[in-house]
Write a protein that binds this ligand. Structure first.
Ligand SMILES: [Zn+2]
Length: 467
């Protein structure tokens, strides 16, 4: 029974989709003004786990992740660079997918871009104007929070009294509003150079919050199952999404809200000014593998803060190499026919414990511990040559099933084992003996591509790993 913490109710709840067997899931995706940082990828990987585990449980998943490609930073940066917002964001959208793929995230079914859904946003704003949830002022349109008494039900913030400035994300901007809490749905451009769209509301551009309401309801319906994002989005972004969507439809917008906790660096909030700000690319450039980054980010459950340190990442790197070597050794191990019952019981127990851990609010640290326990038992059996043919098949299948959720064994090619390298070298010697120098060179190149350098000497061929 899959359960997770629903921010809306504040309780751990059993998950039941609206339509049996199907899950409609929206994740607030990136703003493509720069390369993604490791905190962004903590969220992206947590969303990937939600998606993968729902599939593991047998649900058909429709996962939508938006790309915010118009907002203040993008406008400022693109103007600095003298580019259109499309030309400016193209590089970061391409980089997003490179990083996303490298980190082993499955691509969502639908990835709508804000700039491609302006008409849907305009429609929604018009509906809010008609129902009295919005008003026009000085060329912009604002949401009237006083019209939605449930405002605050997600964040549980008490809005009695003056809340202007209660959060630096409250939209206390230069526009004319009835109430300081009201937020912009549509903004009049500040100058003629700002990107803007023609609309019956007047020429302008959408606020950030309206895009997620418009795009999620377009692809998932007026009421859908799961909405997820970083915990910093609870207020005001998700609170505003609820006000917009429920204001327009009169129906419940989302049934389960899941929020991913913060990532800290050396115990502090990551920020460019503190010098502790890392994109995924910065970390990769220091020589850490994507597999290690993913493993590290999964080592703490999504509902707890994670503290990023390079020491911890180095530890994750060793762990991942160890796990991949384990799987390779298991795959190569010689077996006797039949089934060893002790190992079979260990596999059955691991499968049950893995699922129990993941069912319990997607606890990835329990899931990883289950895998480590299993490797210890199997390693002992391997050392004693107790592995039997049916155990080997069962265990390899089980690892594959675990990896359909965690994707830690498969993020990159495993490091080649000495035995694999030696067999390729033998094949190359054999090719040379039959004067098939083309094949011999191919093998040398293949090894070089995996970081293995060959050195011919009078005692035969020696090899070393490239440092
Ligand atoms: Zn959003």
């Amino acid at each position: 029974m899959l359960r997770f913490r629903n921010t809306l109710t504040g309780k751990i709840e059993e998950f039941q989709p609206l339509r049996a067997g199907e899950v409609r899931f929206y994740y607030c995706g990136p703003t493509v003004w720069d390369f993604g940082h490791i905190g962004n990828f903590r969220s992206a990987i947590a969303a990937d786990i939600v998606r993968r585990y729902l599939k593991f449980k047998g649900f058909k998943v429709t996962h939508v992740m938006n790309i915010t490609d118009v907002e203040d930073r993008i406008i400022a940066k693109s103007q600095e660079a003298g580019l259109s917002i499309d030309d400016y964001t193209a590089k970061y959208i391409e980089a997003l997918w490179e990083d996303f793929d490298a980190l082993g995230c499955e691509r969502p079914e639908i990835v709508p871009r804000a700039t491609r859904h302006i008409p849907e946003m305009i429609d929604l704003i018009e509906k809010l104007l008609q129902t009295g949830h919005a008003y026009q002022s000085e060329g912009s349109v604002y949401y009237r929070i006083a019209s939605f008494p449930e405002y605050g039900k997600l964040s549980k913030i008490n809005f009695a009294g003056n809340i202007a400035g209660a959060s630096d994300r409250v939209d206390t901007d230069k526009y004319e509003k009835e109430d300081a809490r009201d937020f912009a749905l549509w903004k009049e451009p500040a100058n003629a150079n700002e990107p803007a769209w023609d609309a019956p509301l007047g020429r302008g551009r959408p606020g950030w919050h309206i895009e997620c309401s418009a795009m999620s309801m377009k692809y998932l319906g007026e009421t859908f199952d799961i909405h997820a994002g970083g915990i910093d989005l609870v207020f005001p972004h998700h609170e505003n999404e609820i006000a917009q969507s429920e204001g327009a439809t009169g129906k419940q917008f989302v049934r389960y809200w899941i929020h991913f906790e913060h990532l800290k660096v050396d115990g502090e909030t990551m920020s460019k000014s503190k010098g502790n700000y890392y994109t995924y690319r910065d970390v990769a450039a220091k020589g850490y593998s994507a597999g290690a980054v993913r493993y590290f980010l999964l080592s703490v459950p999504y509902n707890k803060q994670i503290n990023f340190t390079f020491d911890a990442l180095g530890g994750a790197e060793k762990t991942v190499v160890g796990l991949r070597d384990f799987r390779a050794r298991l795959g190569e191990a010689k077996t006797t026919p039949g089934l060893n019952d002790v190992l079979h019981q260990a596999a059955v127990l691991a499968a049950a414990e893995f699922e129990a851990g993941m069912d319990d609010d997607l606890n990835t640290s329990v899931a990883l511990a289950v895998i480590h326990n299993l490797t210890r038992v199997v390693n002992t059996a391997l050392a004693r040559k107790k592995l039997q043919e049916e155990n080997k098949r069962e265990l390899l299948e089980l690892l594959e099933r675990f990896d359909s959720v965690l994707n830690i064994f498969g993020v990159e090619q495993h490091e080649m084992l000495d035995s694999e390298i030696q067999s390729l070298i033998d094949g190359r010697q054999e090719a040379r003996r039959r004067r098939d120098f083309g094949r011999a060179d191919e093998i040398r190149d293949e090894l070089a591509g995996r970081g293995i350098i060959l050195e011919d000497s009078k005692d035969g061929v020696r090899w070393r790993r490239k440092q």
